[in-house]
Design a protein around this ligand. Structure first.
Ligand SMILES: Cc1cc2nc3c(=O)[nH]c(=O)nc-3n(C[C@H](O)[C@H](O)[C@H](O)COP(=O)(O)OP(=O)(O)OC[C@H]3O[C@@H](n4cnc5c(N)ncnc54)[C@H](O)[C@@H]3O)c2cc1C
Length: 379
């Protein structure tokens, strides 16, 4: 006789930023939690640059030794003229992303969640008030779809799907001697990265270089590497990793939840349409959705689709910025505008939420830092 399915309160599909943070939270609140992921382990084939904005690092304390703190942004025009932007108190963290995901998985397991690797979501049917899964002998009272931009959970249950994407390509190098690791280098160029930008940044152990293009456009990686050879010296370094991926940029999908099923992270379109950053929102709403699901299942609080709806971002300004980016201004115009006050104001707003540098130059700021070890080259 077939064994009855192993019963869980919450089954989360996707063991990445949103799913693992949600698993830890739900398990700590007393739910019996399982996480399914098609990958063999947490750090397998990382599909992101993994840069955390300051707000992500405030949302979740991550181990210091898996990160590198970057204080400034060097913003380049197509003619490679640049401006340096920074704000005391603000920073980005580049990460050892595979190890960070391993750590998040350990945290979830320590809280009591079970993670089933190499387990692809193949569907689930509602039977007598619970979801019974196909292909794996488990059941759940609630399902969370944290399975990324092309969510199988959304498709299976007929929830909203992402329709607009940025196309991104990225490479990682070892031994990039020439690159200045103090900055997140960002390149505006409507020919190389139409509708978005190119970036380069030192991680704790490798150097990332990548670019993305807006919906229906193509990023030109080889041209970008050639164009910036004099700045970074890519030809003398060892290329170790290459990845490509799609980043949702159309805002929240509709509906992102129905009775018993909640989407979070990229699956729900919780990604800034302007910057393509999704990790902070995956942390924030993965955790929040798990709290609300636990309170609903254990204490009969309102269902998550009602409670969370009041808190989700509308991305108003970010949608307007996406519209402007999609227009891809001519390169000559960007080069002429790069050091003008309105452009600086806008860039400062995008990277540092308008906070200024309080009259300090970057060199003065760097000299005053109590522990300069954090920004010394470590590559
Ligand atoms: C090239 C690139 C660079 C990026 N850089 C940054 C950055 O620097 N900073 C930033 O904030 N954002 C960045 N983003 C966006 C960011 O990576 C995503 O927003 C973030 O990863 C979303 O996390 P998530 O947990 O929602 O989903 P994902 O990280 O996409 O994880 C989804 C998980 O679901 C699993 N899965 C999928 N389908 C199934 C299935 N059927 N069954 C079981 N498991 C399944 C996958 O194996 C995966 O583990 C980047 C994206 C790309 C493509």
């Amino acid at each position: 006789m077939a064994r009855p399915p192993q019963p869980y309160d919450l089954v989360i599909v996707g063991a990445s930023f949103a799913g693992l943070v949600a698993a830890k939270t739900a398990a700590m609140r007393g739910l019996k939690v399982a996480v399914l992921d098609a990958k063999p382990d947490a750090g397998h084939r990382v599909s992101t640059t993994g840069i955390l904005v300051k707000e992500a690092a405030e949302e979740l304390d991550v181990p210091h030794n898996l990160t590198r703190r970057i204080y400034g942004v060097r913003l380049y025009a197509p003619n490679l003229k640049h401006v340096d932007l920074f704000t005391p108190g603000s920073f980005f963290l580049t990460t050892e992303t595979g190890r960070l995901l391993h750590w998040l998985a350990q945290e979830a397991m320590r809280a009591g969640a079970h993670i089933l690797w190499r387990t692809r979501f193949e569907g689930a049917e509602r039977q007598a008030g619970v979801f019974v899964f196909s292909g794996v002998n488990i059941s759940a009272r609630h399902i969370m779809g944290a399975d990324g931009a092309k969510s199988a959970v959304a498709r299976h249950f007929g929830l909203g799907r992402n329709k607009r994407f940025l196309s991104a390509i990225e490479v990682e190098y070892e031994g990039l001697e020439k690159a200045d690791p103090r900055f997140l280098h960002c390149f505006l160029d409507s020919e190389l990265a139409p509708g978005y930008l190119a970036w380069a940044a030192a991680g704790p152990s490798v150097f990332h270089a990548g670019l993305a293009a807006g919906p229906g456009r193509r990023p030109h990686l080889q041209k970008f590497l050639r164009r910036t050879e004099a700045i970074f010296g890519f030809s003398g370094a060892k290329l170790t990793t290459r990845r490509a991926g799609r980043i949702p940029c159309g805002g929240l999908v509709k509906p992102w939840a129905i009775d018993g099923i909640t989407l979070v992270g990229d699956a729900a379109g919780m990604v800034s349409p302007a910057t393509g950053g999704g990790i902070r929102l995956a942390f924030q709403y993965g955790r929040r959705a798990a709290q609300l699901i636990a309170d609903h299942l254990l204490h009969l609080s309102p269902p998550p689709e009602i409670a969370l709806a009041r808190e989700l971002p509308r991305f108003g300004l970010k949608h307007a910025m996406r519209f402007a980016l999609d227009l891809s201004p001519p390169n000559a115009l960007i080069s002429a505008a790069i050091s003008t006050p309105p452009m600086r104001w806008l860039a400062q707003h995008v990277y540092f939420h308008r906070r200024g540098s309080e009259g300090l130059s970057f060199a003065d700021f760097e000299a005053r830092l109590p522990n300069t070890a954090t920004i010394k080259p470590r590559l």
